[in-house]
Design a protein around this ligand. Structure first.
Ligand SMILES: NC(=O)c1ccc[n+]([C@@H]2O[C@H](COP(=O)([O-])OP(=O)(O)OC[C@H]3O[C@@H](n4cnc5c(N)ncnc54)[C@H](OP(=O)(O)O)[C@@H]3O)[C@@H](O)[C@H]2O)c1
Length: 253
């Protein structure tokens, strides 16, 4: 870890799990630069909440599927860090993502490619591009999903991308061990965000089914996952690497 105060980069921090992660980090005194794709207004609200908690926060626009734009994003990040008299991030949280549900016969090549670019290719090459900006001794958290453990048929393509990220997490943990960078995956269960049209939060029947299927008796809240990620990035959990940690309240045990 560098001498500067700890700084995290969280992708997709404007809403849902990413937002809850920025807020949980702010509560622990960690400054965050986070990205949004379209929602500048939502990003501004997150900045205000983080600042109220006493931390610094800044938002940058990024489409995590736009691999050709990553070099320019790294330059912008370097410049932005300079505003804080910093030259490194300590933590990278690869969180941004969108949902896609379709049974095998209905999966289209276009949607499959879109999913691949956001959930795997983008995560892989964004991390590669940002490697020189991650401090030695830093940490990376990749947000995956409980569907790599639970077979939910219409989640097939999505689960494949998240499974690839989990395998990559272990390879990366090994490769980056030379720089003492810990790499882990956090796998949320059904969480009440805008994901999948907000169905887990807004459809009472789906919410009830998820609560019934969850050992701890309710659907996940974004804060459940934000606190898990922030805790994994805390000094107390510095010895954990190459792990998949499911934060689902015990979904479909
Ligand atoms: N919610 C769940 O039940 C659940 C369960 C397991 C895993 N996950 C995973 O958790 C992560 C976060 O999901 P969430 O539930 O928080 O979703 P969400 O509430 O829909 O928020 C998605 C976030 O990602 C950003 N984003 C979406 N597409 C992007 C792109 N192409 N480039 C850059 N940013 C993009 C959005 O930015 P804008 O606000 O600008 O649109 C927003 O900040 C995802 O990786 C998802 O797969 C979610």
């Amino acid at each position: 870890m560098s001498a500067q105060s700890a700084i995290a980069l969280v992708t997709g921090g404007s809403r849902g799990i990413g937002r809850a992660t920025v807020e949980a980090l702010a509560q622990r005194g960690i400054d965050t630069i986070f990205t949004y794709k379209n929602n500048r207004d939502a990003a501004d609200q997150v900045i205000a909440v983080a600042e109220q908690a006493g931390a610094r926060a800044l938002a940058l626009q990024l489409d995590t599927s736009d691999t050709p734009g990553f070099t320019a994003f790294a330059d912008l990040l370097r410049h932005t860090l300079g505003q804080w008299e910093a030259d490194r991030i300590d933590f990278l949280v690869n969180n941004a993502g969108t949902s896609y549900s379709a049974l095998f016969p209905e999966v289209t090549e276009e949607e499959f490619d879109k999913l691949y670019r956001v959930h795997f290719k983008g995560v892989f090459f964004l991390t590669q591009t940002l490697l020189p900006l991650i401090a030695d001794g830093g940490r990376i958290v990749n947000v995956t999903s409980s569907v790599t453990r639970i077979i939910s048929p219409d989640s097939m393509s999505y689960a494949l991308m998240k499974s690839a990220v989990e395998m990559w997490t272990v390879y990366l943990a090994k490769e980056l061990s030379a720089r003492r960078i810990a790499v882990n995956a956090v796998a949320p269960g059904s969480t009440m965000t805008d994901f999948s049209g907000g169905v887990v939060r807004d459809d009472p029947e789906v919410n009830r089914q998820m609560a019934e299927a969850t050992a701890l008796g309710r659907a996940g809240r974004p804060e459940d996952i934000g606190q898990t990620i922030a805790s994994l990035l805390s000094p107390e959990n510095a010895w954990i690497t190459a792990q998949r940690i499911e934060a689902s309240g015990g979904l479909m045990l």
